[in-house]
Write a protein of this length. Sequence first.
Length: 119
Amino acid sequence: MAEIQLGTVESCFADLIWEKEPVTTGELVKLASDAFSWKRTTTYTVLRRLCDKELFQNNKGTVTALLSRDEFYARQSREYVDQTFAGSLPAFLAAFTSQKKLSPEEIAEIRDLIDRAGE
């Protein structure tokens, strides 16, 4: 699947859709007006762009996700590690932890993730 790039506006709108889906386009117009002060045409334009990127679908006025928020951000994270750290998760963790100490809870959670990934 192709890489999906979202700008700030698209990202905020995508988060709104994920939070409310399934949602009608009429409800989205109201939500976007309240959240972003958008006009109807702006809402439809940004929605069309997100549908063109195959992140959402608009089926007879009901908008649903083709990728969940978790799937999308997991994919974005993998692409970042691949592009920035040559796919090396240890190199990413080394860079991340060189600037920020992990709490005991974070360390335990990471160990648990590693254990589950190795099974």
